[in-house]
Design a protein around this ligand. Structure first.
Ligand code: UT7
Length: 337
């Protein structure tokens, strides 16, 4: 049995020093989509809460979005790339099969001394990234970490499938974490879970080793995301509620202590349903899916950056990040900002 975090004697904690986000300029409205597939603004808004999403052009890639968000986070934290010891990029739409997207970000930031790698946990990727960085920083051996969630999901979207193409957008969000030994709490607790048995609920099968690029696909649709929306919907609500509840219990906190729940933005109805079950009032649940759609691993850091910039979160507030996505994966971070 683990001890409560309040009992921990860890001399170092991972504290958020800065944040930033970036989305491409091009927007796609629901009305634009209604010209491409049999759908309507009314259906999309009513079923998902999405009104507009930002999409990349052919010249904009995941590393580009990640780097732009990272630069903003570094400026906010008042450090440079050269100060970074660790870069984690959470993405399922990497720059290339290899090297990692994090290598491109490291190069662009001239973060010469940083250890860098990608995390593949889909929509939960940023939560995983924070949880992993926390371990590095609490060891005291790493001082400054950059965690980025960056996606270009519209590059693997089937624009002829109305059940999925209305959901996704592109973007990136980043935070800089610092290992502090001054008594601040920072990341109080992180939890990361998965159920690989349910991989088929959400996937994109090309071009890994099972379906390599050098061989013709048995189904050309495998280059696109496949989602079983209803399955995911039910699991997402259940897992997010369970995860937030158990995380708060573990930290000896209640929903009354939370200033803001920042959930992965997959569907406004999913977030609202989870919030209702958690008995969280609407002012404690941040929703911006109307303007970005589902940006997978980027959605939590983009929402967090907006909350900070709008003054909805102040230093010392307790906030919770929670996400659920392909894998299936899910997780949460409990943070004193
Ligand atoms: O972050 C992880 C990835 N995200 C997800 O996996 C999304 C999670 N799931 C969802 O957000 C929701 O399940 C959806 C938004 C995908 C679908 O909403 P829903 O309320 O679960 O709708 P549904 O799948 O039950 O479909 C209802 C009806 C169907 O027609 P019938 O069978 O009732 O005649 C669909 O064919 O809506 C139809 N439909 C559409 N109609 C207009 C499905 N997509 C559309 C569309 N426009 N774009």
């Amino acid at each position: 049995m683990h001890k409560s975090p309040d009992d921990w004697t860890a001399p170092y904690r991972a504290v958020i020093k800065g944040c930033g986000s970036f989305v491409p300029a091009k927007v796609l409205t629901n009305d634009d989509l209604a010209k491409m597939v049999d759908t309507s603004d009314e259906w999309i808004t009513g079923r998902t809460g999405i009104k507009v999403r930002h999409i990349t052009t052919d010249n904009e890639s995941t590393a580009f979005l990640a780097t732009e968000a990272a630069k903003r986070a570094l400026t906010d934290a008042n450090i440079t790339g050269g100060d970074l010891d660790l870069i984690i990029v959470a993405t399922i739409t990497p720059e290339m099969v290899f090297p990692s997207t994090a290598c491109f970000v490291q190069s662009a930031l001239q973060a010469k001394k940083a250890c860098v790698f990608d995390v593949t946990a889909a929509c939960s990727g940023f939560i995983y990234g924070i949880g992993i960085a926390q371990q590095f920083l609490e060891s005291g051996r790493y001082k400054n970490a950059l965690v980025v969630g960056a996606e270009t999901l519209t590059k693997i979207t089937d624009w002829s499938d109305r059940t999925s193409c209305i959901l996704f957008g592109d973007g990136a969000g980043a935070v800089v974490l610092e290992s502090c030994g001054d008594g601040r709490r920072g990341i109080i607790y992180s939890t990361m879970s998965a159920d690989g048995d349910s991989w088929q609920s959400l996937n994109c099968q090309a071009y890994g080793s099972r379906h390599p690029a050098c061989k013709e696909l048995d189904d050309p649709k495998k280059i696109y995301m496949e989602i079983r929306g209803r399955e995911v919907y039910q699991q997402a609500v259940r897992r997010m509620v369970e995860t937030v509840t158990s995380s708060l219990d573990y930290c000896n906190l209640t929903t009354d202590d939370i200033k803001m729940l920042i959930s992965h933005q997959m569907n406004a109805r999913i977030i609202e349903s989870a919030a209702k079950r958690l008995k969280l009032p609407t002012e404690k649940v941040y929703i911006n899916i109307d303007r970005y759609g589902n940006t997978s691993s980027a959605s939590v850091p983009i929402a967090f950056d907006e909350c900070v910039k709008k003054g909805k979160i102040k230093r010392g507030d307790i906030i919770v990040f929670v996400a659920f996505g392909a894998g299936l994966t899910w997780g949460a971070n409990v943070i004193q900002y």
